[in-house]
Design a protein around this ligand. Structure first.
Ligand SMILES: NC(=O)c1ccc[n+]([C@@H]2O[C@H](COP(=O)([O-])OP(=O)(O)OC[C@H]3O[C@@H](n4cnc5c(N)ncnc54)[C@H](OP(=O)(O)O)[C@@H]3O)[C@@H](O)[C@H]2O)c1
Length: 271
């Protein structure tokens, strides 16, 4: 199978002001990719640039903006055109938000916000950038999902819904774009030690303790970049993540029995 070549490529990475997105941007730039990095927090996004020690300088290009706004998508298109590269070779849809707590006690805004960022913003950015991806070399759309887009757990209904939507949409899009040579790669991390748990929407503080066995963002990024280079269809990360997903596929009744226990509902924290 044709590999995706990072050297000399042009990429867009969303949610690159921290965590997994920042590490993906750095690792791509290390391998010679020019990366347009997008996020809302300007100071943190500039840190993504200053904390990269590689060459040539200018490999990372910042766009400050909210991905739920059309204006941000237009700024991304403008920057792609300014590069004179002739197309876009990689789009990494990584930006995402979470929320923890029972569905029945949450406001409708919690569901709206999670779906807007984790699903609608991803779909609309991809729609906008498709003409440019069609002009790229062995182009890849990499969607950062979650193991919770394969197996749903209590207290994370909005997040699970958004990542299941991303999963289904990625599978459909992959079939649609195969004839055009564009690969759609779905990467599904498990719990990762990032700022994710500091920015949960409408969530009681203290609910967000980290799980044992979590991965570093660097490690998740390494596996993501490898999946992109090998133009993989799908990767599920971490032993625990794989166990959860495959057990749910093989023994859904058993997994339901385990997950419905109130004790688990309070402790569930895989993402
Ligand atoms: N951490 C985990 O345990 C875990 C597990 C499985 C999957 N994931 C997924 O991995 C992805 C990255 O998460 P992470 O762990 O690296 O968390 P993170 O450090 O909180 O990063 C999330 C990124 O998304 C950006 N973002 C959020 N809302 C945005 C918006 N409206 N517009 C633009 N950018 C926005 C944030 O930047 P600004 O705030 O500056 O905008 C930040 O750069 C997410 O899709 C998440 O669902 C995470």
């Amino acid at each position: 199978m044709k590999r995706w070549d990072p050297s000399g490529a042009l990429a867009v990475v969303t949610g690159a002001s921290s965590g997994i997105g920042r590490c993906i941007a750095h690792q791509l730039a290390d391998q010679g990719t020019k990366v347009i990095v997008v996020a809302r927090r300007e100071e943190q996004l500039m840190e993504t640039l200053t904390s990269w020690q590689g060459n040539p300088p200018g490999s990372l290009m910042p766009i400050v903006g909210d991905l739920t706004e059309q204006n941000t998508r237009q700024k991304i298109v403008k920057t792609i055109k300014e590069q004179g590269h002739g197309g876009l070779d990689l789009l990494v849809n990584n930006a995402g938000v979470g929320a923890i707590g029972p569905f029945g006690e949450a406001s409708p805004q919690r569901l709206r916000q999670v779906m807007e960022v984790n699903f609608f913003a991803v779909a609309e950015l991809t729609r906008t950038l498709l003409p440019h991806l069609r002009l790229g070399h062995a182009s890849v759309i990499c969607n950062v999902g979650s193991v919770l887009g394969h197996c749903a757990v209590p207290d994370k209904s909005e997040y699970c819904a958004s990542k299941f939507a991303l999963h289904g949409w990625s599978d459909a899009l992959r079939c649609e774009l195969a004839a055009e040579g564009i690969q759609v790669t779905l990467v599904s991390p498990s719990t990762t030690r990032s700022e994710f748990f500091n920015s949960l929407i409408e969530t009681d503080s203290g609910t967000a303790s980290k799980s044992i066995g979590s991965w570093s963002p660097q490690r998740v990024a390494q596996h993501t970049v490898r999946a992109i280079v090998h133009r993989k269809r799908e990767v599920i990360l971490s032993g625990g993540g794989k166990l959860l997903v495959y057990a749910d596929r093989l023994l859904p009744g058993l997994i339901h029995k385990i997950l419905k226990r109130p004790r688990y509902a309070k402790r569930a924290n895989a993402n």
